[in-house]
Design a protein around this ligand. Structure first.
Ligand code: C5P
Length: 219
């Protein structure tokens, strides 16, 4: 861990998908690889920050130099995030499942001839919104991501308002872009003063640019 503009700053990063159990052997998940969140954490460490990295089961290994908190479900992620507070800034890059399966069982659901299981869902907590709207202990800077397939900027701007975060990095995850699971990203940074399109670049470069921006804002 080097010295840098973020030395002495504590920053939380969430990353990866969540897994929502159906029973002990089955779960519902999404296609997040954890690549972008991992790069953000790495870039913040590089600038000297103390990074608490709360990650779901990602495809990519966690970066070196972070305080690592592994979780599986959205509810566990919320707990780990709350336990990490207070922080100077928080970046929410996790693809948290919107729903969990109600009544997930401790024993494996048996296949029965003729009978198909029916899953019921409950809404998961919106971790970004909860933290953004805290009255006490809100991080000084809260950054969210908005993965959209249509009307990217309009949807992301509305999301920023609804959730109450300071910045949103909007990206188009339409299959044709190859971004979900790929190594590049094309984002628009949306803040109080408007929207800035960043050119398509590697997820590592997006992360470095974001980390620089965070450093300039906190110092
Ligand atoms: O609403 P949507 O999932 O598109 O919002 C994306 C942003 O909100 C991301 O920053 C994501 O990490 C965060 N989020 C969260 N908890 C949820 C859902 C999304 O922190 N339950």
């Amino acid at each position: 861990i080097g010295q840098g503009p973020l030395t002495g700053r504590r920053i939380l990063v969430t990353s990866g998908p969540t897994h929502e159990p159906i029973d002990p052997v089955r779960y519902i998940a999404n296609r997040s690889s954890g690549a972008q969140g991992t790069e953000v954490a790495r870039a913040l460490v590089r600038l000297g920050a103390e990074v608490i990295f709360v990650t779901g089961p990602a495809d990519v290994p966690p970066p070196d130099g972070v305080i690592l908190k592994r979780v599986e479900t959205a509810q566990q992620m919320l707990k780990a995030v709350e336990a990490a507070l207070p922080v100077d800034a928080a970046v929410f890059a996790a693809a948290v499942a919107d729903w969990r399966v109600m009544g997930a069982t401790d024993s494996k659901i048996k296949k029965q001839s003729g009978a198909l299981p029916v899953l019921e869902f409950a809404e998961n907590p919106d971790i970004l919104a909860r933290i953004s709207q805290r009255r006490s202990g809100r991080p000084g800077l809260v950054v969210g991501f908005a993965a959209e397939t249509d009307d990217v900027i309009a949807n992301a701007t509305a999301k920023r308002g609804r959730k109450g975060c300071d910045w949103i990095l909007a990206n188009d995850v339409s299959p044709a872009t190859g971004i979900m699971g790929g190594s590049e990203n094309a984002v628009t940074l949306i803040h109080d003063a408007g929207a800035e399109d960043w050119p398509r670049m590697s997820k590592q470069d997006v992360a470095r640019r974001l980390a620089d921006r965070i450093a300039r804002t906190l110092t």
